[in-house]
Design a protein around this ligand. Structure first.
Ligand SMILES: Nc1ncnc2c1ncn2[C@@H]1O[C@H](COP(=O)(O)OP(=O)(O)OP(=O)(O)O)[C@@H](O)[C@H]1O
Length: 273
């Protein structure tokens, strides 16, 4: 599988949130997109599954121009590239299993959705996915009763229900404590390596990008300013991506997954959040 951006831009008013980006992703890798707040990471991701349309350029998936899709073809594409969000976007009062089954929305008739007419096979699959992600025992609970890390795993389970080729994760761990962040990142890594899905994740910390990604894309002011392997992501390169001055410190972008990290408020301030 191949996802290719050809001179893609997205303009809001006079501002180019994404500015003439060309890049190509091949196969089932784990790609991290990093950059300070406002660099254009979310805008880039949202264009892939057509949550936001590009102003110009082309995005090709295996030679299909996905920006030209409409109607059913567009909905089918959106099911093939599922999105996971920072705030999980679950239905809080609904039980976990139903939240997962809602991943099938768009593939079913409105009527069967309205009356919760899931097939037995669908329900079995939802439970299998929850089991695989280690949260089967939560299936009957309301989503809002779960911890943030568990909720994000439910969101990933909902995404998997669509059997997507691509998983787009927009700051999937930004609202989680270090322990839960690690569980969620491990989960994303597993479904990339075990299932052969392409994962593209916007990440706000360098150590996470280094630890989980095969490839890192650095964005600054809408442009791709770095595209390489995690080991090429030196402190100097990071400084260029984040545009930080001499006070930039590598550890300031750490999530402290290992429990050694810095004050994350300081990191957020440094990156302009
Ligand atoms: N709907 C919109 N209307 C106007 N401007 C927008 C809109 N969405 C994004 N922008 C602008 O586009 C730029 C890129 O935003 P984007 O959210 O893609 O950045 P980001 O790197 O994901 O940042 P963050 O980490 O804060 O989410 C920002 O300057 C932002 O203000």
């Amino acid at each position: 599988m191949r996802l290719e951006f050809r001179q893609v831009s997205k303009v809001f008013g006079a501002k180019a949130a994404v500015d003439n980006v060309s890049l190509s992703l091949e196969g089932a890798g784990f790609t991290g997109v990093i950059g300070r707040s406002g660099a254009g990471k979310s805008t880039l991701l949202r264009m892939i599954n057509r949550l936001g349309d590009a102003s110009s350029g082309q995005i090709l998936f295996d030679e299909t121009d996905i920006l030209a899709l409409s109607g059913k073809a567009k909905r089918d594409w959106q099911a093939r590239c599922a999105m996971v969000f920072q705030q999980f976007n679950l239905v809080p009062r609904m039980d976990v299993a139903s939240n997962v089954l809602h991943g099938l929305l768009g593939r079913r008739s409105t009527l069967s959705t309205l009356f919760n007419l899931w097939t037995e096979a669908d329900i079995r699959r939802a439970l299998e996915i929850l089991d695989r992600l280690g949260i089967a025992e939560q299936a009957g609970k309301r989503a809002e009763a779960l911890s943030g890390g568990q909720q994000q795993r439910v969101a990933i389970a909902r995404a998997l229900m669509q059997d997507p080729r691509i998983i787009l994760a927009d700051e999937p761990i930004a609202s989680l404590d270090p322990m839960n962040a690690q569980v969620v990142m491990d989960t994303l890594k597993r479904i990339q390596t075990e299932d052969g899905r392409m994962v593209i994740a916007n990440l706000h910390t360098l150590d996470t990008a280094r630890r989980y990604c095969d490839r890192v894309i650095g964005m600054r002011d809408g442009r791709v300013v770095f595209d390489g392997r995690p080991e090429q992501l030196t402190t100097g390169v990071a400084r260029e991506i984040y545009g930080a001055d001499a006070s930039f410190s590598e550890s300031a972008t750490s999530t402290a997954i290992e429990g050694l990290g810095p004050d994350t408020k300081y990191a957020a301030a440094l990156m302009g959040d």
